[in-house]
Design a protein around this ligand. Structure first.
Ligand code: PLP
Length: 465
């Protein structure tokens, strides 16, 4: 067997694979959204040890569709409404495929000039569309979890540089809301902030961090000799999509000289819409901001953007006595080496798929799709409100609706399970004000109003009268 596939073999197999992809995107509604399998099903069907001899690509492709696909929960299904729904749009998929064939690892400029510069260009476009000031430096990470970890690491460097040198640790304290994503807690743990030094600030009646409670918590820690260093408000919390009051929180972080990291992983793209632009009011005070195109911007997982006004802190946090000889590059001023700003040395060419998405849809196209998603969410909430058996459980700010059957938590949990078991739609749940509620999150580029309304009828039909 030749060590590289021949061009003819590759072309034939690639055509088959692309035909499969196009059919899948056309027929995706025929697939159950939630995989109808049991734990261990795939493991039991695959050999327990790897093949001694290579196998024909046709057989691998067949097994992909017969064995692998049935165990896939279809995130790319227009009726995937769980967590924060997302999409691998056509242009995003093409960008991902082309990035795979180039196999660029742009740890430094020289190893991927186009990848490095396209990352700068696409993130600059996004920054302008989001209305963020010029001075923000952007870098792509795999996830908001990783981006958040880097932001908190830079915050730690700004507050206590001795940690990097000696590991000496003052009692650093980080503030986030009760409704912040647990990814922030874990990012803080990874950077060495003790779990007991994470302050989950109480929320108001609409699930927003309370600035008065934030201030009180900071004062209490200062009085106890601890060192507040970072505040992480969320724009679009995971449970309810609530928006923490950034202008007030920003003022507090300025007053106490704390790093302000804004988690806008889900709702950030909404700032492209004039009517939602205000969610980023106060962002000019932020030291760093996360926005995830792999959530609500039609870009295949994974791609998360981290903007920072203080990239030098990110670099300082990771700087060693000297750079290893095998990586030193003498470049000119314009040559950015992104790996200097991140723990991973290797970097995928992620900007390519973002560039495809931004160019294919354009700003107007993106705005239209997001606006539709928000409109569908309001239609759904209106339907929920019209059925006396149900109630809407949180303000509908973007494309997420939290709602519940006016019954026990067990009844709501069981309703959710019945809906998901049909394979027709997939929703998730959370707890708000002590009660279990269902979440319908719209984020797939193929979702139509009919998908949303049919799902409501499905829910009604599975609700006991
Ligand atoms: N922040 C918020 C508000 C989220 O909703 C999520 C995930 O849903 C995250 C952060 C973590 O995102 P990622 O999976 O990109 O790490």
């Amino acid at each position: 067997m030749p060590s590289q596939m021949s061009p003819e073999e590759f072309r034939a197999a690639a055509h088959k694979a692309v035909d499969w992809m196009a059919d899948f995107l056309r027929d995706v509604r025929d697939y159950p959204v939630l995989a109808q399998v049991k734990p261990g099903d795939l493991i039991d069907r695959l050999p327990s040890s790897g093949p001694e001899q290579g196998e024909p690509i046709e057989r691998i492709l067949e097994d992909f569709s017969n064995l692998i696909v049935p165990g896939v929960t279809h995130w790319n299904h227009p009726r995937f409404f769980a967590y924060f729904a997302n999409s691998a749009s056509g242009p995003g998929i093409l960008g991902e495929m082309l990035a795979a064939v180039l196999n660029v690892n742009h740890m430094v400029w020289k190893t991927g000039p186009s990848a490095t510069e396209l990352e700068q260009v696409t993130l600059s476009w996004m920054r302008q569309w989001l209305g963020l000031p010029d001075g923000f430096f952007g870098i792509i990470h795999d996830t908001a979890s990783t981006g958040g970890m880097h932001a908190i690491m830079a915050a730690r460097e700004a507050a206590a540089p001795q940690i990097r040198l000696h590991g000496e640790h003052p009692s650093l304290v980080l503030y986030l809301s009760e409704h912040a994503n647990f990814a922030v807690d874990r990012a803080a743990l990874a950077v060495g902030v003790g779990r007991n030094n994470l302050r989950h600030i109480p929320i108001d009646g609409e699930f927003r961090m309370r600035p008065d409670a934030l201030r009180a918590a900071i004062e209490k820690d200062l009085a106890a000799g601890r060192k507040p260093f970072c505040v992480v408000p969320t724009l679009g919390t995971t449970s309810s999509s609530s928006v923490d009051p950034l202008p007030e929180i920003g003022k507090i972080t300025r007053e106490y000289s704390l790093w302000l990291h804004v988690d806008a992983a889900y709702a950030g793209p909404a700032a492209l819409l004039d009517e939602h632009r205000h969610i980023l009011d106060g962002a000019e005070l932020a030291d760093s901001i996360t926005v995830n195109p792999h959530k609500w911007l039609f870009t295949p997982v994974d791609l998360s953007i981290l903007y920072t006004r203080r990239p030098e802190m990110m670099r300082a946090a990771l700087s060693l006595e000297e750079t290893p000889a095998y990586i030193v590059t003498a470049e000119n001023q314009r040559a950015v080496n992104f790996s200097e700003y991140s723990v991973p040395l290797g970097r995928r060419f992620r900007a390519l798929k973002l560039w495809f998405v931004l160019r294919y849809y354009g700003r107007d196209g993106i705005v239209e799709i997001l606006r539709n998603h928000i409109r569908f969410a309001h239609r759904f909430a209106q339907k929920v409100g019209e059925d006396p058996r149900f109630e809407v459980s949180a303000p509908v700010l973007f494309s997420l609706v939290c709602f519940r059957y006016r019954g026990s938590d067990d009844e709501n949990r069981s309703l959710l399970e019945r809906v998901n078991a049909t394979g027709e739609a997939f929703l998730s749940g959370t707890v708000l004000k002590g009660s279990f509620v269902l979440r319908l999150a719209i984020g797939n580029v193929g979702t139509t109003e009919e998908d949303v309304l049919d799902t409501w009828e499905l829910i009604q039909s599975l609700t006991s009268v």
